[in-house]
Ligand binder design. Structure first.
Ligand code: ATP
Length: 382
């Protein structure tokens, strides 16, 4: 391999390193990512955030207008300074891309599907079939090796697709919502499978999903994509446990309350109605009085009861970890009802169905909310 674009990076153990822009139509993705060998990094984002475009650019289906994609220290694509593109052809990339649909060859058996990659790489027929059978054993499908895709369930087809991707000895795995079309039990089996495979093989794996559960279960690191940009990345627990923006908080299913340090280790949050201040004390960083700070908590960790007769939302004294709110909006939530109040319309509170019935919820109802400090994470805004 010659040419100025073929620079080697930090060596064969470098995993995936990428920093590029990629464009489809008028939409542009701009990303800087690194995935270590054996590591799974989750890319989370809502519909249309650019997740599939990001994977297409890394896989080589889209030429990046700027930047580079490098795997194992070897450039797969690079824009040179004169604007010309240096890239490894698709068939020589050793990138396994697995989408929502397994896309198996319908006329081939499961075994022949899996043996296809090793054969295409020049392997002998018998050796390729042995490799394929071993891969099918790993995904628990050796006894169905002779079946064609139409004779397999959706979950089984996905397993064959994983076995096929791995049989081609990829240097990088790209998983695009691989659980999206599976039922709950099959998706859970697939998660377990994916959790063990790439680590054993030291394959860097990028897992695209819109489900925070995938990131929590499978990935130690997560990147959040929004409108084609990575808006936050880091340890999964950190990103989802203390989101930097309301957008990431909504994606993670937690509340992010912005305020200022209250001087007694709480975050003072002024009500939208402007007539009261809620102080949330929690665990986390030391806060500085008057400096911007955030508090994060789960909608389900708030306790709700009817407000005592005559309880006033407006008060000169800030109340600590408790507030009175007027129901403004009610929405279905998993296992119950989500409440939003006029005083704090950005803070969701979830109550189980049984509690919702006994609270006699309706817009305009006045409720008392409390949360314990151990359920609140607080942080200074840099
Ligand atoms: N071939 C195309 N031509 C023009 N625009 C496109 C094309 N493919 C995708 N887009 C646009 O690019 C944006 C990102 O699409 P992309 O499929 O990458 O998002 P995504 O995060 O994978 O979404 P989803 O979760 O719905 O699959 C969208 O606004 C989409 O409409």
């Amino acid at each position: 391999m010659t040419g100025s674009g073929a620079s080697t990076g930090a060596g064969a153990s470098a995993g995936l390193e990428a920093a590029f822009t990629a464009t489809v139509g008028s939409f542009t993705v701009e990303a800087e990512l690194a995935v270590a060998p054996g590591e799974i990094v989750a890319v989370l984002g809502p519909n249309g955030a650019g997740k599939s475009t990001l994977l297409a650019a890394i896989a080589g289906h889209l030429a990046p207008p700027t930047g580079f994609v490098r795997v194992g220290g070897r450039d797969l694509a690079r824009r040179r300074s004169d604007g010309s593109l240096w890239e490894v052809p698709l068939e020589r990339r050793r990138v396994g891309l697995l989408g929502q649909q397994p896309l198996l060859f319908p006329h081939l058996s499961a075994l022949e599907n899996v043996a296809f990659g090793p054969r295409a790489q020049g392997g002998h027929a018998a050796a390729s079939r042995r490799t394929a059978l071993r891969r099918l054993e790993e995904v628990g499908l050796a006894d169905l090796a002779e079946r064609r895709p139409a004779e397999l369930s959706g979950g089984q087809q996905q397993r064959v697709a994983i076995a096929r991707a791995l049989a081609a000895r990829p240097e990088l795995l790209l998983l695009d919502e691989p659980f999206a079309s599976l039922d709950v039990q099959t998706a859970s089996d697939m998660r377990r499978l994916i959790a063990t495979l790439p680590g054993d093989e030291r394959i860097p794996t990028l897992l695209v999903t819109h489900d925070p559960l995938d990131a929590i279960v499978l990935a130690r690191r997560a990147a959040i994509l929004h409108d084609g940009r990575i808006v936050q990345q880091g340890a999964t627990a950190e990103v989802l446990g203390h989101p930097a923006t309301p957008f990431v908080a909504a994606l993670a299913g937690v509340n992010l309350a912005a305020g200022v340090g209250s001087g007694d280790d709480g975050v003072a949050i002024t009500a939208a109605t402007g007539d009261s201040v809620l102080v949330l004390r929690g665990v986390g960083e030391r806060l500085v009085a008057g400096r911007a700070a955030t508090a994060v908590f789960s909608p389900a960790s708030v306790h709700v009861r009817p407000a005592a007769e005559g309880a006033a939302a407006a008060s000169a004294e800030p109340s600590v970890n408790r507030w009175i709110g007027t129901v403004a909006l009610l929405r279905p939530a998993p296992g119950g009802v989500r409440i939003m109040t006029a005083e704090h319309p950005d803070l969701a509170v979830d109550v189980p169905s049984a509690a919702a019935v006994s609270l006699d919820l309706a817009p305009g109802a006045r409720l008392a909310f409390t949360i314990t400090a151990t359920d609140v994470s607080v942080r200074v805004i840099a």
